[in-house]
Design a binder for this molecule. Structure first.
Ligand code: ADP
Ligand code: MG
Length: 298
């Protein structure tokens, strides 16, 4: 392609809300044969909501949520925001309720949070987080988790003073049109893979729903990047699509990093292409544009 064609290509992209940072990004996109998708906020809407609460101990729901919200209000994670939002339902009289004070707040990436609230140790997160703290997971909690995962929901465990006290089910539905995007990519001879920090059960259910066969779950940020490199080593030209801080190493590693416009600044900076409208269809727009600019046949 001539420099003019590349300029035209990036211009057309920009007019459609596909921000291409330079000619190299536009060129690489036409060779892409494999796309690694993040799950949360990329394939899914990214605005999770609590859909179920199950208490395993005799406790008043409102008091349970006071403790959980007090810990989670300190976290920026979308799951934390969903939990705090839900907790507000028990404090309807106040618009912006103040939660009990939390001491010694710690956020554990990819696992959850813990804090001391009203002299109780509150731990909110996944199974690994409980295992890390030597907290036993009762059989009924395991069952509730499995049920949630089967419904493509994320199950979150809450431990109070070392005992699993409740399980929350949080739902983050697929973006509209996500299935179609994956099937069009297939028709374009582009393979799709999903990587996520979420657990295997939920990840597999979402992947099945969207039509992705290859899944890597419980992945740390570095593992997302490693997967990209592994695919490249086997000869693939890889695009990564993501929205989070945890996707930025993989966005950098990919031949073409594509960030969701509504994502975090760090992901947007790490990417070569920004999908300003946050539409998954624009993954196709970008590849199409590159194919049209760079292949002589068209
Ligand atoms: P993803 O790659 O899907 O965006 P993350 O790596 O951010 O996911 O988180 C992985 C998992 O860690 C979540 O599915 C959840 O089980 C747990 N987790 C992380 N942060 C929190 C939090 N603030 N509260 C509860 N659970 C959390
Ligand atoms: Mg994400």
């Amino acid at each position: 392609a001539t420099p003019t064609a590349v300029m035209v290509g990036t211009g057309v992209g920009a007019s459609q809300g596909v921000l291409i940072k330079g000619g190299q990004a536009l060129e690489s996109a036409h060779k892409v044969n494999c796309i690694v998708f993040d799950k949360t906020g990329t394939l899914t809407i990214g605005k999770p909501v609590v859909v179920n609460t199950r208490l395993l101990k005799n406790m008043v729901l409102r008091e349970f949520y006071e403790l959980v919200a007090a810990a989670e209000v300190n976290s920026e994670h979308p799951l934390a925001k969903a939990i705090v939002e839900y907790a507000k339902k028990f404090r309807e009289e106040e618009e912006n309720p103040s939660w009990p004070e939390a001491r010694d707040f710690v956020s554990i990436t990819g696992r959850g949070v813990k804090a001391i609230v009203q002299n109780k140790e509150i731990i909110v997160g996944n199974k690994s987080l409980m295992v890390d703290h030597n907290i036993a997971i009762p059989v009924d909690a395991e069952e509730i988790l499995a049920e949630a995962e089967g419904l493509a929901q994320t199950g979150i465990l809450i431990s109070i003073d070392g005992e699993v006290t409740g399980v929350l089910a949080i739902s983050d539905p697929l973006k509209p049109g996500a299935q179609e995007v994956i099937s069009i990519l297939k028709a374009m001879k582009v393979r799709s893979i999903m990587v996520t920090g979420d657990n295997w059960g939920t990840a597999n259910s979402i992947a099945k729903e969207v039509g992705i066969e290859t899944v890597i779950a419980e992945a740390k940020p570095e593992q997302k990047a490693e997967k990209v490199k592994e695919l490249q080593a086997s000869g693939d030209t890889v695009a990564m699509v993501g929205d989070g801080i945890n996707d930025s190493p993989a966005l950098v590693a990919a031949d073409v990093g594509m960030a969701i416009g509504a994502g975090t600044d760090i992901a947007i900076e790490a990417a070569d292409i920004v999908l300003m409208k946050s539409n998954l269809e624009d993954v196709i727009t970008a590849i199409d544009l590159s194919r049209k600019t760079f292949s002589r046949i068209r």
